[in-house]
Design a protein around this ligand. Structure first.
Ligand code: HEM
Length: 303
């Protein structure tokens, strides 16, 4: 309805959608009927908003920001797991394009996870110090979903299961993820089905252990890169995996910088050496072969 329309101001029943009467500005002129699905009931907003419970007493102003930041991460970790399982499913169905498309979604989520850090960094370290002691011995170390993402991406470490605390159901889901093939195992198996000569011992490796990389795989992947115009989908997928790996490191880097800014060289609430430990994880690689490929991409190989 144009603002100069003579009928402006009268309810408009012509539009589709919910189908009810509308006010002049296009908004519905009456609420939905009793018992109908609403934004709040569908998304469980009241329940969601009741989940931020501060530990400090008296409550510190910044603790709400601290809680919400972490909760938002956990929601995105849930979505990442959902997408990474689907990526594995597409790889099992020999469909590198669909796997790549979902990896791009994961990259976009990772972008948010990195960009969210400055929001928490608006908290001064002196303010954090006012309520940090209330958080002990809880720690990001115990983020089960973070470990599940790591395990699914191939960073397997059975020792992490004990660190989540005395929570049997968390430990059993972590054990399940430790036992499952990681994204890169699905990737190698797909390559093998597509005719790439992946060595049998790699296809049958112990998936409970982190994959450390293998020179034979690197040589095979060099030819995927060299023949990218004949097999662009596979090449593209490799680059999407590299991007996932790079963004994990970028998050680690930004997280450790935030930690240095907040607590300097103090030990973590979870008992680690703090920033020193976190720094040691920044350079770790999920898909070592795909990084090693780059050592061989000179013109002698690619022509
Ligand atoms: C004031 C902000 C933060 C500080 C000072 C901080 C501090 C730390 C420290 C010291 C550790 C080492 C483990 C320990 O001993 O506790 C750690 C680990 C961790 N933190 Fe944070 N953190 C902060 C915010 C966040 C946020 C927003 C997340 C989002 C989920 C997060 C997730 C994690 C994870 C997943 C680990 C385990 C990393 C690994 O083992 O590789 N942290 N954090």
């Amino acid at each position: 309805m144009h603002p100069s329309d003579p009928s402006a101001g009268h309810a408009d029943r012509s539009a589709s959608g919910a189908g009810g009467p509308r006010a002049a500005d296009g908004s519905p002129s009456q609420g939905v009927g009793k018992g109908k699905l609403t934004y709040g009931s569908y998304l469980k907003v009241p329940e969601l908003l009741s989940l931020q419970v501060e530990a400090s007493s008296p409550v510190h102003h910044d603790e709400l920001l601290f809680i919400i930041s972490h909760q938002v991460y956990e929601l995105w970790f849930k979505q990442m797991l959902h997408e990474l399982h689907a990526v594995c499913g597409w790889l099992d169905r020999d469909n590198p394009s669909r796997a790549a498309q979902l990896l791009q979604r994961v990259h976009a989520i990772q972008h948010l996870l990195i960009e969210q850090i400055p929001v928490l960094e608006t908290m001064f370290s002196v303010e954090f110090a006012q309520f940090r002691d209330h958080l002990r011995p809880a720690s990001g170390f115990q983020s089960v979903q973070f470990r599940l993402v790591e395990f699914l991406c191939g960073r397997k470490n059975a020792r992490m299961i004990a660190l989540v605390g005395d929570d049997q159901s968390a430990q059993s889901i972590m054990q399940r993820y430790l036992d499952m093939p990681a994204v890169y195992d699905h990737f190698m198996r797909m390559l093998s089905r597509l005719g790439v000569a992946v060595p049998r011992d790699l296809l049958e490796r112990n998936v409970r252990e982190a994959y450390e990389g293998d020179e034979r795989m690197v040589r095979l992947l060099v030819s995927v890169y060299a023949r990218r115009d004949q097999g662009y989908e596979l090449f593209r997928l490799c680059e999407n995996l590299v991007e996932l790996d790079e963004r994990v490191s970028l998050w680690r880097f930004h997280h450790v910088k935030m930690v240095e800014r907040m607590i300097g060289g103090m030990t973590g609430t979870g008992g680690s050496s703090g920033a020193k430990y976190l720094q040691s994880t920044v350079a770790s690689r999920l898909f070592p072969d795909l990084w090693s490929v780059r050592d061989h991409l000179g013109t002698a190989v690619l022509g």
